[in-house]
Design a binder for this molecule. Structure first.
Ligand code: BGC
Length: 244
């Protein structure tokens, strides 16, 4: 089945038509910079532009970097506060004229990674973490997603984990890979204490440099890099739209 997946991020809104059986793009990926300030209407306009660009009339899956329940965005850690309590699904449906499902960005990436990437044929408790501006999380038990886990906001030494250990913090503070690895270790060990996972899958753009920091992460759980990288959000969004 071919469906349109759109990944809304803080700096770019990206979309492509996806073959949901193969987990592959069937078009080029289109990226439009996120309007600033990233308020609901201008962001929704970009989603419409992407759908129009592909001449798309069918269902759309759309990620958002916040808690999303029944189409409503409930938090806004790294996006404009106007999204808190916004009915994103209705807004996007009205504007595009298509059925739309909205889901958390890390959950979408996780759905794709479990079916086509590093989680393929893996059972048990799997925690997927996306290291970027924030830290996103997706939590799977025997392939079933428990959505909106928000592990990036667990408190480590009194601070949100994503304010200590996201990739943005690494870059802003110019941490060495070793220093960042130490912070990630502390975070991963805390997740281990809470959940005793069978596998950690690490995504986000920086995961392509995993050789640089994985050696500094110390925990008992197996850790692997994500395989779909920056396609995961779009593919997972399109897969979620199958349910519409
Ligand atoms: C948000 C999550 C999101 C993550 C990655 C966090 O700040 O709270 O919902 O998945 O960033 O974008």
């Amino acid at each position: 089945m071919e469906l349109l997946g759109i990944d809304i991020g803080g700096s770019g809104i990206k979309g492509a038509i996806v073959d949901t059986e193969k987990g592959e793009f069937v078009t080029e990926r289109l990226r439009i910079p996120t309007p600033q300030p990233a308020k609901p209407e201008p962001v929704a306009d970009v989603v419409k532009q992407i759908a129009d660009n592909f001449g798309w009339k069918g269902s759309i899956g759309c990620t958002f970097p916040a808690v999303v329940k029944h189409g409503v965005t409930l938090t806004a850690a790294n996006v404009d506060d106007d999204w808190v309590g916004a009915d994103a699904q209705t807004l996007l449906q009205e504007l595009t004229g298509s059925p739309v499902i909205v889901l958390n960005d890390a959950d979408a990436a996780g759905i794709a990674e479990m079916k086509f990437g590093a989680g393929l044929n893996r059972d048990g408790l799997i925690v997927i973490l996306t290291l970027g501006t924030g830290i996103g999380s997706a939590f799977f038990m025997n392939g079933v997603l428990i959505p909106n886990t928000e592990f990036g906001h667990l408190k480590i030494r009194g601070k949100d984990a994503e304010h200590r250990a996201s990739d943005k913090i690494r870059q802003d503070k110019e941490y060495s890979w070793k220093k960042w690895g130490k912070r990630l270790s502390e975070y991963f060990q805390y997740l281990e204490f809470l959940f005793t996972p069978d596998l950690f899958i690490i995504g986000g753009g920086v995961s392509k440099k995993h050789e640089k920091f994985f050696p500094y992460i110390h925990c008992n759980t197996e850790i692997v890099p994500a395989e779909l990288r920056n396609q995961a959000g779009i593919v997972g969004a399109a897969m979620a739209a199958k349910d519409l």
